[in-house]
Design a protein around this ligand. Structure first.
Ligand code: ATP
Ligand code: MG
Length: 180
């Protein structure tokens, strides 16, 4: 499984439709302060289902929508699409290419899509569950994350390790079974 590209429209500083491709190997994104590097990482987090505006350096979710600049009006919608190569079927899906998208309008309407079909957040979460990516992924380490892990309480650190080790899913299923 490999991230092939990301398309961003109206998310944070990306007013124009922007497509970034990630060819084989390592990709570095460089640019001056404030040019939008962290916004790209946040766009990935967001499309994977991030629910906390705070984790995206905002106070409310609509803060992710382009809010205008000196020469451009604010936009009413943010949309991010990830294109994943799934030819190794690492994600539990028969598709060899998977498109995951999320849209949010200023009035609060929002939607998720898998391969252009509207779906629930839960479907996106399930697609990535126990793959090491997905909501709250540790494969995206933001500024400040490292200190946060070092300084966390043992019980919180344990849950991070359980998540990485892939036992989290079973613990969740156990809790669900016990409450049913
Ligand atoms: P650094 O090198 O300092 O880490 P960076 O390249 O990571 O910088 P970002 O933090 O990604 O930069 O981008 C910050 C820019 O995004 C700021 O100029 C900010 O005004 C802009 N920005 C954030 N949210 C929005 C929004 N909703 N609408 C328009 N611009 C936004
Ligand atoms: Mg940054």
């Amino acid at each position: 499984m490999q991230l092939k590209s990301i398309e961003i429209i109206g998310f944070k500083s990306f007013a124009e439709k922007t497509k970034i491709s990630f060819p084989n190997g390592m990709t570095g994104i460089v640019g001056p302060n404030g040019s939008g590097k962290s916004n790209i990482a946040e766009a990935i987090r967001w499309v994977l289902g991030e629910q906390s505006a705070k984790n995206l350096r905002g106070s409310r979710m609509p803060d992710v929508i382009f809010s205008g600049s000196a020469d451009r009006r604010a936009l009413n919608m943010a949309a991010v699409t990830l294109l994943l190569d799934n030819s190794d079927h690492y994600l539990d899906s028969p598709f060899t290419e998977i498109k995951v998208a999320r849209k949010l309008f200023r009035n609060g309407d929002s939607a998720y899509f898998i391969n252009e079909k509207q779906c629930r957040l839960k479907d996106v979460t399930n697609l990535f569950m126990d793959t090491g990516i997905g909501q709250g992924t540790l494969s995206i380490i933001s500024q400040g994350n490292v200190e946060e892990i070092f300084n966390s309480k043992p019980v919180d650190r344990r849950s991070i390790i359980e998540n990485v080790a892939g036992v989290y899913k079973y613990k969740r299923q156990k809790t669900t079974a016990q409450t049913e």
